[in-house]
Design a protein around this ligand. Structure first.
Ligand code: SF4
Length: 94
């Protein structure tokens, strides 16, 4: 017997920006500045937190409008453990 899961639209999600794909257009940060911010080079990063339900519509829009499809939604359980400040690696967000 499996535990019933909430539908995808109400499950907690986080956003992750692929630093290889991101071209720094900044559309995501314009749409949802509470979640996306840009580094000193203009590339986007997503805060490592669950997306508030009232942000979900704007997040879906940011995902759809990113010209290079660099934003991915992940479940919190997929999140890697936090890295030390300044650490680099395959899934390091800029
Ligand atoms: S919209 Fe896409 S390409 Fe532009 S800054 Fe955001 S993630 Fe990067």
């Amino acid at each position: 017997m499996t535990t019933p899961q909430p539908p995808p639209s109400v499950r907690p999600v986080r956003a992750r920006v692929n630093p290889i794909l991101c071209q720094g257009y900044g559309i995501c940060a314009e749409i949802l500045p509470e979640l996306f911010h840009r580094d000193e080079w203009g590339y986007a990063q997503a805060h490592a937190r669950n997306v508030d339900p009232d942000e979900r519509q704007a997040l879906d829009r940011a995902v759809a409008e990113c010209p290079v499809k660099a934003i991915r939604l992940i479940e919190p359980s997929e999140e890697s453990p936090p890295r030390p400040e300044g650490a680099w690696g395959p899934d390091t967000e800029r």
